[in-house]
Design a protein around this ligand. Structure first.
Ligand code: NAD
Length: 482
């Protein structure tokens, strides 16, 4: 699959803010012509195209208006000034910035005056095409999203489209942007996707582990000061019958005591890729002095952030299907369309959860308070824990208030996991740094449900039931259909 993504290009959308900040409600297609890049089907556009010495790496600067002298100088030099001076904004590279968490974070940090650059292969959009899925919300192309952001705020988000498994591409992105921090969301993040068949399992582990390894080498090679903020998952820990600590546990064994990485018990090929990432990062912190924060994130819910409220074209994706949808988002959509809430097995599966507005807050806190050189810091990034049964009760109650008749069914659990277990995970470090959580309140549930109701005509009910079984995975390529 990776071969589909082997070509890459770097795009800098240069827009005259003066013109477009005055025209916030114009559709960008009326304002801009488009990019003559093979992967994007747009009509012709005025384009400044500078070919570098390296014939495989092209830098595109697309503009609908004449570019400023300053921008032209930047193109000519092929690099930007370093941001080491105290007055300069911090430069944050967001890998996976077209995805669910990444797009919300890119907008949030840009709004907070960080200089933001998105790196993304757009493979998440390809998964939808492969599996016949779609976001509940209509989402604009990454180009239109960025142009709209610029037209509304005057702020530029740089865009590098390519696969981070391609080290040459990643190197160029690093050399041209010179990030102070890299936030790495850019992975295949669905456990069911990784359990479809052998090729998806191999793709997931290759994409995630090699991608992260490349990021570590890029930091070592080009940007040693750069702080890596890597999205891990609470799923790395599994569900042990003891409290889950934040990354490390102090153990006394046969009279000797040590503080060791907390044991990992991943439960899918996806989760295993995250465990391997964590080990590779920890090793390079020790060996090369890399500074890194591993954010073991819980399950994210919600869709709106302050920035997205500004325009529908900034809207985030919202997955509700059996492969990419996460529990609470799925339940809200199921309630909205009158589908019984699908509880896997006994429903006692308990996990940490957080609002997407807290994801962006946590990432900003991690960037603003970086790890020290050689430090491998682990934060458990969630705000509350719920069982699947808890969530179904909450959604049922909220649905009733809105006049919905919500039913639940227990479906055979497609996963191999404990359905009743002890779960108590620590999550104090981000709160100590200043996280102010948005807890799951009745009003938030109401608004999530109302959101699902607004888009319910876009729901493909055939995508709701789980279609991937942990036990039935085989070597033969599978076509997942509803
Ligand atoms: N969404 C959640 O509930 C959740 C929970 C825990 C952890 N996480 C972690 O957070 C991160 C982001 O999750 P998300 O829900 O935003 O996922 P997503 O699939 O919506 O976004 C991931 C983005 O990364 C890009 N990408 C993937 N592989 C790439 C590669 N090799 N090169 C360049 N870009 C690549 C995709 O195109 C996509 O835009 C993931 O690492 C995931 O494991 C998410």
């Amino acid at each position: 699959m990776a071969h589909l993504l082997s070509t890459h290009c770097t795009m800098k959308l240069s827009i005259n803010a003066k013109v477009y900040t005055n025209l916030p409600n114009h559709h960008p297609k009326a304002l801009f012509t488009s990019l003559p890049v093979h992967t994007y089907k747009h009509p012709s556009k005025s384009l400044v195209f500078h070919k570098r010495k390296d014939p495989k790496h092209h830098v595109f600067y697309a503009t609908a208006v004449p570019m400023s002298k300053e921008a032209e100088t930047q193109i000519a030099s092929g690099s930007h000034q370093s941001s080491s001076g105290p007055s300069k904004p911090k430069r944050v590279m967001i890998i996976g910035g077209d995805g669910y968490c990444g797009w919300a974070t890119a907008l949030h940090l840009s709004n907070r005056n960080y200089e933001v650059c998105i790196v993304d292969s757009l493979v998440r959009r390809l998964f939808d095409h492969q599996l016949g899925l779609d976001s509940l919300t209509p989402i604009a192309s990454i180009h239109d999203r960025i142009r709209r952001w610029k037209s509304l705020t005057g702020k530029t988000i740089q865009l590098h489209i390519g696969d981070i498994c391609d080290f040459e591409f990643l190197s160029e992105a690093f050399k041209s942007f010179e990030p102070d921090s890299v936030v790495h969301f850019g992975e295949q993040r669905s456990a069911p996707y990784s359990m479809i068949d052998r090729s998806r399992a191999v793709f997931t582990q290759h994409n995630n582990v090699i991608g992260t390894l490349n990021v570590l080498f890029a930091i070592k090679e080009y940007q040693e000061e750069c702080h890596l903020v890597k999205l891990g998952t609470m799923g790395e820990y599994g569900t042990p019958n003891i409290d889950i600590e934040e990354g490390y546990i102090t153990i006394t064994h046969n009279g000797r005591t040590d503080t060791l990485p907390y044991p990992k018990q991943a439960s899918s090929f996806y989760h295993l890729s995250k465990v391997h990432d964590s080990h590779n990062i920890a090793f390079t912190c020790k060996a090369w002095g890399i500074r890194a924060t591993d954010l073991n994130q819980g399950v994210v819910y919600g869709v709106r952030t302050d920035e997205m409220e500004m325009h529908e074209e900034l809207c985030n994706r919202f997955d509700y299907d059996g492969v990419f949808g996460t529990a609470l988002n799925r339940f809200c959509v199921q309630a909205a369309v009158g589908h019984p809430l699908t509880i896997y097995g006994k429903g006692g599966q308990t996990r940490g959860y957080l609002d997407i507005r807290d994801t962006v807050q946590c990432v900003e806190l991690a960037i603003a308070n970086p790890a020290k050189h050689g430090e491998f810091r682990v934060f458990n990034q969630f705000t509350e824990q719920f069982s699947v049964n808890d969530l179904s009760r909450l959604v049922t109650k909220a649905g009733k208030k809105l006049g919905l008749e919500v039913q639940t069914i227990s479906v055979p659990n497609p996963r191999v996991e404990a359905e009743e277990h002890y779960y108590n995970a620590k999550h104090t470090k981000l709160v100590e740094l200043g996280l102010q959580p948005h807890l799951l309140s009745d009003s938030l549930l109401d608004s999530l449900l109302n959101f699902a109701i607004t888009y319910k005509d876009r729901v493909d009910k055939a995508q709701i039931m789980p279609s991937v079984s942990w036990k039935k995975i085989g070597a033969k390529p599978q076509t997942v259909t509803a």
